[in-house]
Write a protein that binds this ligand. Structure first.
Ligand code: ATP
Length: 455
């Protein structure tokens, strides 16, 4: 596949960031543009920065800035609330990234968690075979490659001061294994009966051969995973159940479900542990790619970790539960949410984020920064709202500029304190999407904002 570099040098100060975009017929300049605009906005407004930028950056590593951290945390909190806290059949854990290397031996990752890699014979660049649909090197254009060889994606490291073979261990390439190895601990303490799930949000590391496309594929990323334990006879029923739950979650993020395609993963493409996998693929500007995955892992993992069946329930013989695994990438969620939310309207750029995901839920402005009485009242409103909400303060420039600035970061409501506010205890509240302004009483503000967050 021919690739085109999307360069954003001027936006990144010292850093020259090049995102490789496959050049297919489906990709118009418009969508390449969208990606560039979103990356630029992320840098400009503090959502996502190139990692180690002052040292020239570090390829394919990104840091979440103040607003990106809020957005990402809102996604994670929403997920945790929906799939863990509000359900009786789910509990959460938070396990370590470096586990006993025996875990990876038993899980099959040491032998099988590999991608086929080829090397360009001319410039020695390395690629994942799947990324080279048309066998042309995206770097030098030559067409001669070495035969594919399996490249294990796990990051190796050493425990302790000696870099000896016996001290080798790995950073986890998925959060899932911690749920399996803790299965009995959780069962004994949380006393759940089938069907039930264990969830976790956390980092995973993979030494990806071809990372790229901004935060879509990085070597360090975050996952939100559920291992849902069921009786073997019920796996299809729960697979369907989770399929629907995942689609509903995607909709809830404000992502257009028409741009999401459920793709059955074929035999040889499936991970070594999976008997059935569906990928939820989203139409990213750089092509239709996996957003999330749903896998039926059978009893593969529990059988590898436990010599005896680990599940016991009164009146039932001990057994190995089967597992349905809905797996959600946090960073791919952030990217899809940003791409969907980004809109250009006449004279403004607006992030139409679902209000509950917006980094700031409201912004408060005194009409004039040099009028102490306005500043005092605005400050009081700001401090009161901040007790339960994320609220921005802005007293720079004129009101139009402040609206522009808040629209660009997706703040759903802007509140302006003016001279009438001093007499009538009311303020102007302006809606991000409709741009309509209303006068409302100061004491109803928290309620009005909360109503917006429900949407
Ligand atoms: P891909 O085919 O894109 O490599 P995968 O099938 O290997 O993905 P899974 O092992 O199913 O991915 O991981 C579950 C989820 O974790 C993915 O659906 C995705 O959202 C996220 N994810 C996986 N690898 C990465 C990565 N390198 N960077 C960012 N997110 C990732």
């Amino acid at each position: 596949m021919p690739w085109t570099p999307l360069e954003i040098t001027e936006l990144m100060g010292l850093t020259k960031i090049i995102i490789m975009i496959p050049k297919t017929n489906q990709i118009s300049n418009g969508v390449e543009d969208l990606m560039q605009k979103v990356v630029s906005l992320c840098k400009r407004r503090g959502f996502i920065f190139p990692s180690s930028e002052i040292y020239g950056g570090f390829a394919n590593a990104w840091d979440y800035g103040p607003l990106g951290t809020e957005l990402k945390n809102n996604i994670k909190q929403l997920w945790w609330k929906k799939f863990v806290q509000s359900r009786d059949d789910m509990v959460g854990i938070d396990a370590s990234l470096i586990m006993n290397p025996k875990v990876w031996e038993a899980s099959g990752h040491l032998k099988k968690f590999a991608d086929p890699l080829v090397e360009c014979k001319n410039c020695h660049s390395r690629f994942k075979v799947d990324d080279l649909a048309i066998k042309t090197c995206p770097h030098c254009g030559k067409k001669e490659f070495t035969p594919p060889r399996q490249f294990n994606l796990m990051f190796k490291t050493f425990i302790g001061p000696a870099e000896a073979q016996s001290n080798i261990t790995y950073f986890r390439p998925e959060t899932a294994q911690a749920m399996f190895v803790n299965f009995k601990n959780v069962l004994d303490t949380a006393r759940k009966t089938l069907p039930f799930g264990i969830a976790q949000i956390g980092k995973a590391l993979r030494n990806e051969i071809t990372p790229g496309n901004f935060i879509f594929r990085t070597r360090e990323f975050e996952q939100m995973e559920i291992e849902y334990f069921v009786l073997e006879k019920d796996w299809e029923k729960y697979f369907e159940y989770w399929r629907k739950e995942m689609a509903a979650w995607i909709k809830n993020l404000g992502v257009d479900i028409k741009k999401v395609h459920e793709v059955e993963v074929s035999g040889k493409e499936k991970a070594h542990y999976s008997k059935r996998t569906i990928d939820f693929e989203y139409e990213f500007p750089f092509g239709q790619k996996e957003l999330y995955g749903l896998a039926y892992r059978t009893d593969f993992d529990l059988k590898n970790h436990f010599k005896e069946p680990p599940y016991r329930e009164e009146g039932v013989d001990a057994l190995y539960p089967h597992v349905i695994e809905p797996s959600f990438g946090v960073d791919r969620s952030v990217l899809a949410v940003l791409l969907e939310a980004f809109k250009e309207e006449k004279e403004r750029v607006v992030l139409k984020l679902p209000p509950k995901l917006a980094p700031y839920q409201a912004a408060v402005f005194p009409l004039l920064a040099n009028k102490p009485e306005l500043v005092k009242l605005a400050r009081k409103i700001y401090d009161d709202l901040r007790k339960d909400l994320m609220v921005a303060w802005d007293d720079r420039g004129n009101i139009g500029k402040r609206y522009y600035s808040q629209d660009e970061i997706g703040t759903p409501a802007c509140i302006t304190v003016d001279f009438d506010s001093l007499k009538k205890d009311d303020v102007t509240i302006r809606d991000r999407d409709t741009m309509k302004q209303e006068r409302v009483k100061i004491d109803s503000l928290a309620e009005i904002i909360r109503e917006k967050l429900e949407k």
